[in-house]
Ligand binder design. Structure first.
Ligand SMILES: [Zn+2]
Length: 82
């Protein structure tokens, strides 16, 4: 993948690496949810969320909190995702 800006040729490889790490953390979080492992789901969701917060990471956090039966945080994250 070309990681240089098309306009100014700035090296964007660090940004690309951050996005790749974030995507894989979201996948790991989904896998943990399917394995019913709320702690791991939350850990991976938080890592992804800190790299870049968006609607998907808020939703993933909400699901992880639900799995851990932390309903208050689940509602807060769900509201942030809307
Ligand atoms: Zn540029």
């Amino acid at each position: 993948m070309d990681a240089a800006c098309r306009r100014c040729k700035a090296d964007l490889s660090l940004l690309v690496a951050v996005e790749e790490t974030r995507a894989s953390e979201l996948v790991r979080s989904a896998e943990a949810i399917m394995a019913n492992d709320g702690d791991a789901a939350l850990q991976h969701a938080e890592t992804a969320h800190h790299l870049r917060a968006d609607r998907d990471s808020w939703r993933r956090l909400a699901t992880a909190h639900l799995l851990r039966r932390d309903f208050e945080r689940a509602l807060t994250c769900r509201a942030a995702a809307l």
